[in-house]
Design a protein around this ligand. Structure first.
Ligand code: 7TS
Length: 424
């Protein structure tokens, strides 16, 4: 299931109904009053009481701007803020908190690397390799920086099931200098898992750096940046039960130290004259302006919460079971086509599908009437949808609070959709 699964202790078993009690929003759906069968955590996860309480506690008992005040609340807020950085460091097994930069989320973390590292290190004759699976967040920034620098963007292809085809990687590095390989760890649209154990050594054999979009992996499976041997990792707090508006970029210290800041202003400077400025140390060099203080502290609370329910390996095991169960239920529905890797493969907890004679938006709308929430659309992967020959899919995704009954309600609801459309 994980890239370093053999070294991990057997995970404890999660009790999703017990866990659900921590999530006030799941108790009753707005349309039926029944439990909310929330199957859209890939877009954003729900928040446990522990995270909500952390945010309230910051504003009620320990709020002030960070890194500047000498008074009690300023010191408390700074301590909790930097404490969250240490929690993030530990969660991804980085060597030092100096390698953890708080950003607005995955998107901003990737833009940071594209604008700072990319504009400094890329030029004509250089190659950036990404994949056909990417979320627009790990595609458009590289299109932009390649256009600006003259570097070329190339793609690891997918097969018709959306699995990466690694047969001819070397051809992607021909005729130029491979500088960066940037890949989505787990696809948000299909659940495809990128085999980093193959991609990273290949990139390294060409002297290239590796960036990983961990938006859909860090919340769902153990991610150890040292074991993976990568150079940059981007992820968002809101997908791991933390607040929105905050996320992190992890980068290897020597790389971050050599990169120029990309946003300028307060916090990120050491000394300023009218004639110029020198910049702060890592990580603050990349954190211009007042950060999302309560949200960063809430991010730390979300990581504590994950530990408190059994840890990320237990979440991964639970999701694997829920995904296999959901896959089986959906595969039995006539006219329903599942996209992405099969149930037995190493995959994320995303079930993307189309149904003959229906549009994904109609499917999602009819399910909502039963308080079953799924996502419909292109999932910010328009080129991937085109590659697979679909305009949009319906997508159900699981998390720690997902129960078999949630997935049963999805399947029952899809039966009703077929009746409404005269298909059954
Ligand atoms: N990369 C991947 C793989 C994602 O799934 C997402 C968000 C992002 C990047 C961007 O993250 P952000 O927090 O900066 O917005 N994915 C989705 C989704 O699948 N549905 O809504 C957002």
């Amino acid at each position: 299931m994980t890239d370093s699964a053999s070294t991990l202790p057997a995970p404890t078993q999660l009790d999703p109904l017990r866990i659900s009690e921590d999530f006030p929003i799941l108790a009753s759906g707005p349309n039926t009053g029944e439990r909310l069968a929330f199957l859209d955590s890939a877009a954003s996860a729900m928040k446990p009481r522990q995270v909500i309480d952390s945010i309230v506690a910051t504003y009620e008992g320990g709020y002030a701007n960070v890194h500047r005040g000498v008074y009690h609340h300023a010191a408390t807020a700074t301590r909790h803020f930097e404490g969250a950085r240490e929690k993030v460091r530990s969660f991804i097994n980085a060597t030092t908190p100096r390698e953890v930069i708080f950003t607005r989320g995955t998107t901003e973390a990737i833009n940071l690397v594209a604008n700072s590292w990319g504009r400094t290190n890329l030029g004509p004759g250089d190659i950036v390799v990404t994949t056909e699976l990417e979320h627009h967040s790990n595609l458009v920034p590289w299109q932009q920086v390649c256009a600006a620098t003259g570097a070329e963007l190339r793609f690891i292809p997918v097969d018709d099931t959306g699995v990466l085809v690694l047969d001819d990687l070397d051809a992607l590095a021909e005729g130029g200098t491979l500088k960066l390989v940037t890949v989505v760890h787990v696809s948000n649209s299909l659940g495809t898992h990128a085999p980093l154990d193959l991609i990273v050594p290949w990139a390294k054999s060409h002297g290239a750096l590796v960036m990983v979009d961990g938006a859909q992996s860090v919340p769902h499976r153990p991610v150890d940046v040292q074991a993976l041997g990568i150079d940059f990792l981007a992820f968002s707090a809101h997908k791991l039960m933390g607040p929105s508006g905050v996320g992190a970029l992890w980068g290897r210290e020597e790389l971050l130290a050599a990169m120029p800041p990309w946003q300028f202003g307060g916090e990120m400077i050491r000394r300023v004259e009218y004639s110029g400025a020198t910049f702060n140390d890592l990580p603050w060099k990349f954190e211009a302006g007042t950060p999302a203080i309560a949200e960063v502290i809430g991010f730390g609370a979300a990581l504590d919460y994950i530990e408190s329910i059994g840890g990320i390996a237990a979440i991964a095991a639970h999701e694997q079971a829920m995904t296999a169960y959901g896959y089986e239920l959906l595969a039995a529905i006539p006219g329903l086509h599942l996209l992405g890797p099969g149930p037995g493969e190493d995959r994320g907890g995303v079930l993307s599908f189309t149904m003959d004679g229906t549009h994904p938006h109609d499917v999602a709308t009819l399910l909502d009437a039963r308080d079953v929430n799924i996502r419909a659309g292109h999932h910010c992967t328009q080129p991937l949808m085109k590659r697979l020959g679909v305009h949009a899919t319906a997508r159900a995704s699981v998390y720690a609070y997902t129960t078999r009954e949630d997935l049963d309600r999805l399947a029952d609801g899809l039966g009703e959709v077929r009746r409404v459309f005269g298909l059954a």
